[in-house]
Ligand binder design. Sequence first.
Ligand SMILES: *[C@@H]1O[C@H](CO)[C@@H](O)[C@H](O)[C@H]1NC(C)=O
Ligand SMILES: *[C@@H]1O[C@H](CO)[C@@H](O)[C@H](O)[C@H]1NC(C)=O
Ligand SMILES: *[C@@H]1O[C@H](CO)[C@@H](O)[C@H](O)[C@H]1NC(C)=O
Ligand SMILES: *[C@@H]1O[C@H](CO)[C@@H](O)[C@H](O)[C@H]1NC(C)=O
Length: 275
Amino acid sequence: MASIGNIIFGSMIILIFVMSGFIILLLAIAFSGGQGFLRATNRSPVGNLRQDVVLDCSFSPKQDSQGRSGDVSVTWKKVGLTGVVYRYQNRAPDLVDQNPTFKDRTQLFPNALASGNASLLLQRVREQDQGVYQCIVSAPSGKGSINIHLWVAAYSAPKFKQVGTNLTAEAQRWFPKPNAAWADHTGRALNSSTQFFNNSAGIFRVMSTLLEPAHRDETYTLVISNHLVIAISEATLTGDSDVPVRTDFTFNTASPRLLTSCLAPTLLSFCLLLT
Ligand SMILES: *[C@@H]1O[C@H](CO)[C@@H](O)[C@H](O)[C@H]1NC(C)=O
Ligand SMILES: *[C@@H]1O[C@H](CO)[C@@H](O)[C@H](O)[C@H]1NC(C)=O
Ligand SMILES: *[C@@H]1O[C@H](CO)[C@@H](O)[C@H](O)[C@H]1NC(C)=O
Ligand SMILES: *[C@@H]1O[C@H](CO)[C@@H](O)[C@H](O)[C@H]1NC(C)=O
């Protein structure tokens, strides 16, 4: 009959095997293909509708003794779309084959190319821009391609207004339609009523009113969120009608990003602690 000690010992051995397998798997993924040559700090950015977004992509340049980096060609494509999003080769943009969707909306940072920055600036983001983009780089120092998943949303920080004991918050641009929830400084949920006004192009203006009396010196938290963006706003009432607010945005594309971070060997041990 196995004693408790034996069972614990056995479980530890199994755990160690599982962990080693996991490390080997991560290393295998990290060092396969062109993954090592190209990097992106954010593999799943969230673009804010009608604003600009940068799709990250960088590589290790090799410079000769004069500090030149040689000919670099960079092609950005979007999965499922014909033509290119942007192409740069022979030291100039080559847009003959550019998909019309991206006409006059894309560029690289040509001055940063020599230092290994192949990031794409996408201007005036549209809903249809959402999808998987490929950054393909060919340089004297190596070749590779990397996928970036762009998500599209609309988000803006709310403004708070206090009239008597009534507290209202209004945010101008949200998409997809978000939820709004209030809490006091202890985290207790507060009753509220939220209205949505559909602006042109389906972007929502959000107006949320606290249904309980708001007190001076209390700190109120409003969370506006949809499946992509979480905006946490905090305001301490001072008695002024214009309430100073601090808003932090976080993006809920966390699982692919965590995986990407885990592929960086330096973060490996941290990721293992998380698992
Ligand atoms: C590339 O350069 C642009 C413009 O300077 C900058 O916004 C972006 O963060 C850079 N990307 C990387 C990965 O360094
Ligand atoms: C506060 O809101 C209530 C309900 O909407 C309204 O009846 C009242 O007039 C408001 N008070 C002030 C000072 O605006
Ligand atoms: C929230 O407000 C609604 C409508 O005014 C009311 O029916 C409900 O009881 C309130 N809930 C709480 C927890 O105060
Ligand atoms: C919002 O308005 C746009 C155009 O004004 C319309 O096409 C869209 O269906 C509306 N969306 C909702 C959820 O009401």
